[in-house]
Design a protein around this ligand. Structure first.
Ligand SMILES: [Zn+2]
Length: 229
């Protein structure tokens, strides 16, 4: 299986290209579709090849371009059972932050939320944790990894790679996400992912990293640029 990463304004979109078809994970922020479509077209990947558009969790920077990517591809949009309703609640848009600077960003965003359009997620298929994705052409399954958000899903491929959304970020070192809905749930999800012993961990923000590094996930403040507590 080939893994293609397209970064759109800081969010990673992945295309998993397998014999049976391709799966697109996290179409990215609103307006990002042009970059994704252009990138894939140049690599000879057609919209028809995409069998599923998977949203790892209902944050706008991950699903904002979903409808427009779907217009190009025609593939169904799939998500966790709670994602659609969570996307309709602006207060869920940014979970509580782990640093002072993150908290400031969050409060300013919440204050400005009524002024900004927040298109909700629209989904065609509901994909509960445990769903096997073979019918979409890619050998893998979905695992619940709540913590950053209640509805976080990870895709574990048959080859042992993990696509984890915002469970972990890796701008400089693999670390906790700056924003967390529930820290205890996050710890459980981290332990679950470590127990799976993934080969490579593909994150929603930053660089993929080897699964061996799962044993040492640092607090969010260790990210370069986010060190102010
Ligand atoms: Zn998120």
């Amino acid at each position: 299986m080939e893994v293609i990463r397209i970064t759109v304004r800081g969010t990673n979109c992945y295309v998993l290209r397998a014999q049976g078809g391709s799966l697109l994970i996290d179409p990215g922020p609103p307006g990002g579709e042009a970059r994704i479509v252009d990138f894939l077209n140049r690599r000879g990947i057609t919209g028809q090849e995409i069998r599923l558009i998977l949203v790892t969790h209902a944050h706008l920077d991950h699903y904002g371009a979903a409808s427009n990517v779907q217009s190009w591809s025609g593939a169904p949009i799939g998500c966790h059972p709670e994602s659609v309703s969570l996307s309709q609640d602006a207060r869920q848009a940014i979970p509580p932050a782990q640093t002072l600077r993150g908290s400031l960003v969050r409060w300013i965003s919440l204050l400005l939320a009524p002024l900004r359009p927040h298109p909700p997620l629209r989904a065609d298929v509901i994909l509960p944790p445990g769903t096997e994705l073979g019918s979409y052409g890619v050998d893998g399954r979905l695992v619940a990894v709540p913590g950053h958000s209640p509805d976080s899903l990870a895709l574990i491929s048959a080859e042992g790679d993990a696509f984890v959304g915002d469970l972990i970020i890796n701008y400089s070192v693999p670390s906790q996400p700056l924003y967390q809905w529930n820290r205890d749930a996050w710890q459980q999800s981290r332990r679950l992912l470590a127990s799976i012993q993934p080969r490579t961990v593909y994150v929603g923000h930053g660089e993929p990293f080897p699964g061996q590094q799962m044993d040492r996930i640092l607090p969010a403040r260790y990210q370069l640029g986010w060190w102010i507590r």
